[in-house]
Write a protein that binds this ligand. Structure first.
Ligand code: 5GP
Length: 212
């Protein structure tokens, strides 16, 4: 079931290895009023990744063509590859009342925050840096060089966590899923989201007091 009215645009970012992919998968499987946007990327698929599920895999040329055609809500380059959010899906689902989640990195998140200040920004992190390194190594899909670049990138990203609205520690997947869910539910009652209700109340009060 989707919500009546426009859904919440939720951005989830986190260090590579923060477990955000797993959390997002569980979250959207469990709650059917949430829709997860599938990004396009010029990165090569990892073993087990599916076209149209994990990402829409593109060549750099195809991706640049999509940029020219203005198909992205936002896009960024991250560790040598393009990543972008196709806008059609996001707008359609939000109009249908779904809360749409974008799992994107920091530059894209900041672009969205600027364009849509009412959006909700959540940052996900493992409890400590050693755990982060262990998860990246343990994944076994990246070279040491890529892992090093992703750790350096994490150190830069940590400086910007305070620009997000919420910080969620992923110490336990199920708890983390519920925390993120709770934050999105609360956002439905934020004054930034309830502007329609506020305007209606002002109008009604003015009408009523005018008639008294
Ligand atoms: P990965 O290569 O590990 O799948 O993703 C690398 C980074 O790109 C992650 O931080 C992920 O959240 C981010 N990312 C995935 N899709 C998008 C997107 O559409 N836009 C932006 N800006 N970042 C994305």
């Amino acid at each position: 079931m989707s919500h009546p009215g426009r859904g919440i645009l939720t951005i989830v970012s986190g260090f590579a290895g923060s477990g955000k992919g797993t959390v997002m998968k569980k979250l959207t499987e469990k709650y059917d009023d949430l829709a997860l946007s599938v990004s396009a990327t010029s990165r090569a698929p990892r073993p087990g990744e599916e076209e149209g599920v994990s990402y829409f895999f593109k060549t750099r040329e195809q991706f640049e063509e999509m940029i020219r055609a203005d198909e992205f809500l936002e896009y960024a380059e991250y560790v040598g590859n393009y990543y972008g959010t196709p806008k059609d899906f996001v707008f359609k689902k939000m109009d249908e009342g779904y809360d749409v989640i974008l799992e994107i990195e920091l530059q894209g998140a900041m672009l969205i925050k600027k364009k849509y200040p009412e959006s909700l920004l959540i940052f996900l992190t493992p409890p400590d840096a050693a755990e982060l390194y262990g998860r990246l190594k343990g994944r076994g899909t990246e070279t040491d060089e890529v892992i090093k670049r992703r750790m350096q990138r994490a150190a830069e990203e940590a400086l910007c966590i305070k620009d997000y609205d919420y910080l969620v520690i992923n110490d336990n997947i199920d708890d983390c899923v519920e925390r993120v869910r709770g934050i999105i539910r609360s956002a439905h009652h934020s004054t930034a989201h309830e502007t329609g209700m506020i305007d209606r109340m002002i109008k009604e009060l003015n009408e009523l007091t005018g008639g008294l």
